[in-house]
Design a protein around this ligand. Structure first.
Ligand code: S3P
Length: 171
């Protein structure tokens, strides 16, 4: 299982899809699974049960997905702020997709579906999260100013370097 973490706009979904295709496994996006199971969009979950309620659902969902078949699993930008979620990631290969804040914001625009974009101190949130991603990830890959193909190639090489294989079937 390869887990992608990183700030909103880091390219987790775009990179994740291509990476999964290259590795011959499924791509799973924890936010998409949450929305499907809850039958409501993330922004409605935030509005109805608040961020803490969302993080509970998120942690539960990620734990379940980690028990499932090997895949490339992309997590929402705030997922590894939860200690329980971070602990659950322990044995898996975690890749931090890094992106500069300006580029992240220009990629996501003013997306009303991302409640955290309304945070009153985005630079502060970004800085705090960078520490979390760094603590959690085995590999960091900078996506700032780079194309998807290039990023995926680097990730495959780096994963092969730490695991000795890019064959995820048994992982
Ligand atoms: C969040 C990021 C979102 C989603 C939710 C909360 C965050 O995912 O999980 O809106 O706390 O940064 P993306 O990182 O895929 O935008």
């Amino acid at each position: 299982m390869i887990i992608l973490v990183g700030f909103m706009g880091a390219g987790k979904t775009t990179v994740g899809r291509l990476l999964a295709e290259r590795l011959g496994v499924a791509f799973v996006d924890s936010d998409a699974v949450i929305e499907q199971r809850e039958r409501r969009p993330i922004r409605a979950i935030f509005a109805e049960v608040g961020e803490r309620g969302f993080r509970d659902i998120e942690e539960r969902t990620i734990r379940e997905l980690l028990e499932g078949p090997p895949c490339v699993l992309s997590l929402g930008g705030g997922a590894c702020g939860r200690e329980g979620t971070r602990r659950a990631l322990g044995a898996h290969t975690v890749v931090h997709l890094h992106v500069g804040l300006d580029e992240a914001l220009s990629r996501v625009g003013r997306d009303a579906d991302r409640p955290l974009l309304r945070h009153d101190d985005l630079p502060g949130l970004y800085a705090e999260r960078l520490d979390r991603y760094r603590d959690t990830a085995d590999v960091a890959c900078d996506t700032t100013g780079r194309g998807v193909e290039d990023v995926v190639l680097e990730i495959v090489e780096r994963i092969a370097g730490i695991t000795g294989t890019t064959d995820l079937a048994g992982r």
